[in-house]
Ligand binder design. Structure first.
Ligand code: ADP
Ligand code: 5GP
Length: 206
């Protein structure tokens, strides 16, 4: 058993295209103490993606076996593919005091809420549904039909926003990232995350 306090789990969720992967990538660059929760998925790798870095790419059959074995902290079907968060790495990293960032869909975030007591749930909002559509088209990673299905899902997913701790409107990227950085900084300063700091201070050894 580790004697450090549990790490912070920063769960970033949003409708597809709102900009969560962009914000998560920046967070990982600026704060190397974060570990990215590498999910499993049955979707095909996109250009530039590496197995084990963005995702663990699995067949549907293998993914379903892992579901049966209780391998996932949460899993969901998103736009026709299965996505899931491996439980073991979450337990290991958070249990040893490491901070983790999750880029997951709304259904997955709702599932994690019950299990992650140290979770901080952040919802990234697009400035408008029209802008969301523009971004999905400009990203160029999906066919028109897939974009339509992502937009239909987005309207539904926006309804889950009230369940999250923080909202960040991703209008301009710099402003949105500043706000995300502030959320992280504020969470790091929470008294309950720093029990040993107080102990050391009152003992006069700091
Ligand atoms: P998600 O991970 O939520 O699906 P992405 O991070 O892939 O979204 O962003 C979708 C597209 O929008 C990408 O092409 C990205 O470069 C672009 N994008 C992200 N944030 C902004 C922003 N603030 N302004 C304009 N374009 C953005
Ligand atoms: P993409 O295919 O664009 O990489 O991701 C599609 C959606 O799946 C995004 O909303 C992304 O956040 C979500 N996603 C990625 N990994 C997971 C996961 O482990 N669990 C869940 N529930 N969703 C995930």
């Amino acid at each position: 058993m580790s004697n450090s306090s549990p790490g912070l789990a920063l769960v970033i969720s949003a409708p597809s295209g709102a900009g969560k992967s962009t914000l998560v990538r920046r967070l990982l660059r600026e704060f190397p103490e974060f570990r990215f929760s590498v999910s499993c998925t049955t979707r095909a790798p996109r250009e530039g993606e590496t197995d084990g870095r963005e995702y663990h790419f699995l067949s549907r059959q293998r993914f379903q076996e892992l579901i049966r074995q209780g391998y996932f902290a949460e899993w969901a079907e998103v736009h026709g593919n299965l996505y899931g968060t491996p439980l073991e790495s979450v337990e290991q990293i958070l249990g040893s005091g490491g901070h983790m960032v999750f880029d997951i869909d709304v259904q997955g975030a709702e599932q994690l809420k019950s299990g992650l007591s140290e979770g901080v749930f952040v919802f990234i909002l697009p400035p408008s549904v029209e802008e969301l559509e523009n971004r999905l088209r400009q990203r160029g990673s999906d066919e028109g039909e897939v974009i339509e299905s992502r937009l239909a899902a987005a309207r539904k997913e926006l309804e889950a926003a009230p369940d999250f701790d923080y909202w960040i409107v991703n209008d301009d990227l710099e402003g949105a990232f500043d706000r995300l950085r502030c959320v992280y900084m504020a969470e790091c300063c929470r008294s309950r995350r720093n029990p040993r700091l107080y102990e050391r201070l009152v003992r006069g050894s700091v």
